[in-house]
Design a protein around this ligand. Structure first.
Ligand code: URP
Ligand code: ZN
Ligand code: ZN
Length: 474
C-alpha cells in the first residue's frame, strides 16, 4: 500500500487550524503529525514514504462534498449534459471528492428501478466517490412502502417537489404521507419548496402578455411562493416530526422561515448554492436577448436590489443555512437552452457549477464573510454529517478516507472556457469570475487526481457510498 506525506501545510478543519503533516497509508489517513515529528520509529518520514506533497504556505482541507448534483438527469425534454464520467472529473478539478446525486422515480415507475438505473449510469464511470438521494416523483401506496427499504440500500434521504406540476410535483397530502415515512425511518426529507401550481399560472399570464424572454422565468417564480412553500413544508414536517432539508434556498424570506423553525427546535436545515450568492435577476437573467437562458434555474436568481444575496451570506455565517451545494444540472446553450428561445417556459432549468463551488465559497473568506473553518464546514464537513458520511468523509483524521485538497490561498483562478472549464458544457455560468485562490492538489482515497494543473485520476476510481442516517438527528 502506497504511503504519502503532505508536509508544511496548515490543516483546516471545521473547528480549528494547525500546522501539521498528514500521513496517508493506502486509502486512509494514518496520522496527523506536528511538523518534523518522528513517527512509527522512523527518523526521516519524508525519506521513508512513497510520495511527498509539499504544502508549504497552503491550506490542507478535507475534500469537498457536493450533496446536490444531477448528472445526466433526464429533465425539461432533454438531459443534463454532464455524464457521471465528465461531471465527476470536473468536480475533481475543483476540489470536490464526493457527490450525492439524485436517482429518480416518476409516476407509475418503481422506486428500486429508478435507483438501479442510476447505479448503472454511475458504476465504473466516476472519478470520485458518490452516493444517491432518491427523488420520489410519484407518491402512492407502492412507493411509500418501498421507500422504507432505501436505508438498507445506503440511500437515507429522499427529495419531494412542491414545484413542477405534471413532472415531479406532490400535493400536500402526498407530502404528509412521505414525511411520515421519513419520521418513521429517520430518512431526511429534502424539499424543493416553491408553490408550483401558482407559479405556473403566473407564467401562463406572462406568456399571454407576450413576456417570453428568460428574464420572466424569474418574474413568474416570485419569492412569496418560495416563502409560502418553505413555511408549508416546515409545518408539514412539524406535524409529522420528520427531519426536513430545504434545497436550493434563494429568497431571504425562506431563510427567515428556516431560521424561525430552527429556533423553535425543529430539525429543519437549509442549503443554498453559489448562483444565489453571486448572481442576480437583473444582471444575469436580465442579460440582453436570449443570453439570460444560461442562468435559468429553479428556484430562480433573485433581485440584487432586494438584498437576498447578503442575507444568504448572513444565514451561512450564523448557521441559519447549513450548507452550500451546486444543484449542478448543466445544459448546453446550443440545442438545449435554445429549446426555449421563443418561450422561457421551455428552457431546461439548471446551472452547472460542480467545478467551482470550493473556489466560489473561498471568496467568502477573502471578502471577510465567513472564516476558514466555516468554509471547510460549508464545503465538506456539514454535508458529511448531514447525509451520514461523517468519519469516513468530511474530516482529516486517522481512519478517515484520504480525500484531501491542498488549496493555495496565494494562487489565482480565472474562470473561462479556455483553461478552467472541464464540465461538458458549451458555456459557463461563471465565465469571467476572478478567483483569489487555487485548487493545487486533490486526493481521493489516497490516490492523486489533480496535480500540477493536470488530471491524473481515472474513470471508475469512484465508489458508491452506502450512507447512514444524518448525524444531526437525535
Ligand atoms: O433548476 C434546477 N434546480 N434544476 C434541477 C432540478 C431541481 O429542481 O433541483
Ligand atoms: Zn429542485
Ligand atoms: Zn436539484
Amino acid at each position: 500500500m502506497a504511503t504519502t506525506l503532505i508536509t508544511g501545510g496548515t490543516v483546516i478543519s471545521s473547528t480549528g487550524r494547525a500546522q501539521a503533516d498528514v500521513l496517508i497509508d493506502g486509502e486512509q489517513v494514518a496520522a496527523l503529525l506536528a511538523p518534523g515529528t518522528t513517527a512509527f520509529g522512523v527518523d526521516n518520514l519524508q525519506a521513508a514514504v512513497d510520495k511527498v506533497i509539499d504544502a508549504t504556505g497552503k491550506y490542507v482541507i478535507p475534500g469537498g462534498i457536493d450533496p446536490h448534483t444531477h448528472m445526466q438527469m433526464p429533465f425539461g425534454g432533454t438531459e443534463a449534459c454532464d455524464t457521471f464520467e465528465t461531471g465527476t472529473r470536473a468536480a475533481a478539478w475543483g476540489g470536490t471528492t464526493t457527490i450525492i446525486d439524485f436517482a429518480i422515480q416518476r409516476y407509475g415507475e418503481k422506486v428500486m428501478d429508478g435507483l438501479a438505473q442510476w447505479h448503472e449510469w454511475a458504476d465504473g464511470n466516476c472519478a470520485i466517490d458518490y452516493g444517491f438521494h432518491q427523488i420520489i416523483g410519484g407518491i402512492d401506496d407502492d412507493s411509500l412502502a418501498v421507500m422504507k427499504e432505501l436505508p438498507d440500500e445506503g440511500v437515507t434521504s429522499f427529495k419531494l417537489f412542491m414545484a413542477y406540476p405534471g413532472v415531479f410535483y406532490s400535493d400536500d397530502a402526498q407530502i404528509l404521507k412521505a414525511m411520515q415515512v421519513g419520521a418513521e425511518t429517520g430518512m431526511m426529507t429534502m424539499m424543493h419548496a416553491e408553490n408550483g401550481p401558482v407559479i405556473d399560472v403566473l407564467a401562463q399570464q406572462l406568456a399571454d402578455e407576450g413576456k417570453l424572454a428568460p428574464y420572466y422565468h424569474g418574474i413568474a417564480r416570485v419569492w412569496q411562493m418560495e416563502e409560502e412553500a418553505t413555511h408549508r413544508a416546515i409545518m408539514l414536517a412539524d406535524v409529522t416530526k420528520a427531519p426536513l432539508y430545504v434545497v436550493h434556498v434563494s429568497a431571504k424570506q425562506a431563510v427567515a422561515q428556516i431560521a424561525a423553525a430552527r429556533s423553535r427546535g425543529q430539525n429543519v436545515f437549509g442549503e443554498t448554492c453559489p448562483q444565489y450568492l453571486y448572481l442576480s435577476l437583473e444582471e444575469q437573467l436580465g442579460a440582453p436577448g436570449f443570453e439570460g437562458a444560461k442562468w435559468v434555474c429553479s428556484t430562480p436568481l433573485r433581485a440584487r436590489a432586494e438584498d437576498h444575496q447578503n442575507q444568504l451570506w448572513r444565514g451561512l455565517r450564523t448557521n441559519e443555512l447549513s450548507l452550500v451545494s451546486t444543484d449542478h444540472c448543466p445544459f448546453c446553450f446550443k440545442g438545449q437552452k435554445e429549446m426555449g428561445k421563443d418561450d422561457f417556459r421551455a428552457i431546461p432549468n439548471g446551472i452547472g457549477s460542480v467545478e467551482h463551488r470550493v473556489d466560489l465559497l473561498y471568496q467568502g473568506v477573502v471578502e471577510g464573510r465567513i472564516t476558514l473553518e466555516r468554509w471547510v464546514e460549508l464545503v465538506s464537513t456539514t454535508a458529511a454529517r448531514m447525509f451520514g458520511l461523517y468519519g469516513k468523509k468530511g474530516v482529516i483524521a486517522p481512519g478517515a478516507d484520504a480525500d484531501i485538497v491542498v488549496y493555495d490561498p496565494n494562487g489565482h483562478t480565472s474562470i473561462g472556457l479556455e483553461k478552467t472549464h472541464h464540465m461538458n458544457m458549451d458555456h459557463s455560468a461563471w465565465e469571467g469570475f476572478e478567483i483569489d485562490g487555487h485548487v493545487d492538489t486533490v486526493l481521493s482515497r489516497g490516490a492523486v487526481l489533480i496535480e500540477n494543473d493536470q488530471y491524473v485520476g481515472a474513470k471508475g476510481h469512484g465508489q458508491f457510498l452506502k450512507r447512514g442516517l444524518s448525524s444531526y438527528l437525535m
